[in-house]
Design a protein around this ligand. Sequence first.
Ligand SMILES: Nc1ncnc2c1ncn2[C@@H]1O[C@H](COP(=O)(O)OP(=O)(O)OP(=O)(O)O)[C@@H](O)[C@H]1O
Length: 326
Amino acid sequence: MEEPAVRVVDLRRTFTVPEREAGLRAAVGSLFRRRHREVRAVDGISFDIAPGEIVGFLGPNGAGKTTTLKMLAGLLHPTGGEARVLGEVPSRRRPGYLRRMSLVMGNRNQLHWDLPAADSFELNRAIYQIPWPDFRRNRAELVELLELGDLVTKPVRNLSLGERMKVELAAALLHGPRVLFLDEPTLGLDITMQRRIRAFVADYNRRYSASVLLTSHYMADVEALCKRVIVIDRGRIRFDGDLATLATDVAAYKELGVTIEGDADLGDLGEVIAREGDRVTLRVPKSQAPLVTARLLAEHTVLDLTVEDPPIDDVIELLFKRGDDR
Ligand SMILES: Nc1ncnc2c1ncn2[C@@H]1O[C@H](COP(=O)(O)OP(=O)(O)OP(=O)(O)O)[C@@H](O)[C@H]1O
């Protein structure tokens, strides 16, 4: 069997944070004795990512996504467990490893603010020791794929958020990494730019068989790019599998969208969750969906009918709620 590109086994990271009660008295007291609390940001997670696979990494704020990506990129030492990327231990930060992976953070500027991106590209060429022919070829490809044009000659601070993200991506990929960690690469971008970045990631993955672990709060990114998702909450994995089966595994209901001739409440058939014009959306237990469909067809003149899994955002929310009940 092929070696996984990423292997994570019982990975953990704990942060020790000072704890302080509110008020002046507590503030003065904390000068003398500090109480600390442990935050288990990543609490024993395990997964593999195959070469060429794109995996969505989802979870609410504070779930442990960025901490995981930082450990995989070698920026943070794990407190326990093991991570291997391309057969290397990331925290050792061996140059041979750094030259084969990249971490891109949508909310962090990695390029020099006052310089044109072209200068930062040159700097990266030196840092990553990219041979000149490779550098020229990669740069030309990225300029074309990301439609950078003359953006690379303008100081980064003069670029729009979307333009900056494109040059950030180019800078991070100049050395042709085989593993990409993308943390909210489309954060704050408009729909068109989100689409362009998405198409680019898909293309890069295809061209180079690169493995990608992607976090995004935009489900459209995940639906467009990831067949498989890992859902994490409070440092633990809640789901790891096909995006297509997430709804089937987690949500025990279907949504029926129906348009019928004439007026009818339809509340006797299931929970009415939306009414738009003459279209009604019903939520029904999965096991009863065939029966309800049959009744609709028998008792009404149905003009249009769809039976769907609930929207993926709702399914994930349900998953987190279930986690809360534990
Ligand atoms: N350097 C740090 N020191 C102390 N606590 C930290 C540190 N970094 C992260 N944490 C805590 O670890 C937990 C996980 O944070 P992390 O940034 O990994 O979450 P996330 O899933 O990336 O969230 P978001 O979607 O908001 O970016 C949070 O409770 C956070 O406050």
